[in-house]
Design a protein around this ligand. Sequence first.
Ligand code: HEM
Length: 477
Amino acid sequence: MSQSSTHTNDTPAPASSRPSGEKQGKRPHRHRTFSLLGSASEIQRDPLAFLLRTQQLGEVVRLRFLFSPAYLVSDPESIKHVLQYNARNYNKDLITYTMFRPLLGQGLLLNDGLSWLHQRRLMQPAFHRSRLSTYGTLMTDATVTMLEQWKSSFEKGTPVDIAEEMMRLTLQIVGRALFSLDLNQEVGTIGYAVTTLLQLFVDYVFRPFPPLSVPTPRNRRLQQAIRSLDQVVYRLIAERRTHQMEGDDLLSTLLAVQDAETGQGMNDRQVRDEVMTLLLAGHETTANTLTWTWYLLSQSPEIERRLHLELNEVLGGRVPTVEDLPNLKYTRMIIEETLRLYPPTPVLSRKAIGHDELRGYPIGANSLIMLSPYAVHRHPALWEEPERFDPDRFGPERSATRPAYAYFPFGGGPRVCIGNHFAMMEAQLLLSTIAQRYRLRIIPGHPVEPQMVVTLRPRSGLPMTIHATERAGRQHS
Ligand code: HEM
């Protein structure tokens, strides 16, 4: 299997294809399961456990909560149907996204229909493979700068919060790569606002009243967080417009674009929505992937040893380049396996526009459809020892027999993550640059627990101590 096809569910499979995967033939034949269960409080208490438990009840499980009929859909064929084959029947006009609208507006992530298609086509070239290769050096440069800053913690033996460090790093990278922005000053403001928003979002899903327009303390905090992000983004747009800076980055494209018929450009609000969407969608997810990778590596010395062997062999101490990526196969498999166990977007949601059928079940118009990479990636009928961290699952042979949507950390179909190749390249470059110099170890006794706050973060951060990797001295000395 090619490197990208392990995670990119964006090419239609032949109609005859059937789930096979590592557990081909062992899957219990469970069709037409249709259950009623669940309550908001149960989900609120432990959403991840709820997802795992519920998917065991069947391929299409009806949930009794929220505002409309809701279904958890867990078999790869039906997931493919929703995301790919019949994608036109599903949109993002969901009440659960209401809170994100003031933040992301009509940006790509929440947009729908023709407007979405227009914007997606406009932005796609910035994510083209040939374009991505130009971002490699800025990714490793930013990482090397971070490593310089880690030196004193390394020497003193003081821990650093890896979750926070990965956020800072990936935010700087996405700002520089797509918008030529130096976000050094703004990293703190953005980080705080994003954390606040994600926490308030979870609260809002379970307690939607009073609505956002009522100035309760919660809603005021929310507006404040959005305002502080707005200030940053509008200022950056204004600076670019005022200085008429020439550039060939995505921000220039967004500012220069004109409607073929009207000749009108995008207004500041539209540009702001896209910039905000890409800054947020483009850093938190990759940061979480790397954070969980460091955690998993710290728990798996044998896998870490194989990683170091590959790095020594391929790089021999030098900083990686984009050309090295095809040779850093095990490094990539580690990232793919992390994305299986801790997919940064643990649940994808859609609204059914019209009536449909999934595995013979009628799905009414306006139903909420939930697809959970987190749950499906741990489905015991699809994965051998699903809880085990085992990057070898992503070797070519075992990947080849896996049904496409048994693994979908980047979604799939027309709305597959636009940044998927960007993210994989970034994760591979950052992991190999850092791991060549340092090994990271969690503070003994520190609780590490995944928390679903839209994305999947470690609930109490990830303080780790920094230790030298063999051959590290040859890298940047
Ligand atoms: C490991 C990192 C990442 C993961 C796991 C991830 C995951 C996802 C997923 C699952 C979706 C589909 C959501 C849905 O169908 O409802 C998505 C969409 C999207 N992602 Fe990512 N993402 C990552 C990195 C990035 C990066 C680096 C960027 C940009 C620089 C980005 C920008 C977007 C955008 C704009 C969309 C909306 C696409 C559309 O609807 O047309 N993501 N991402």
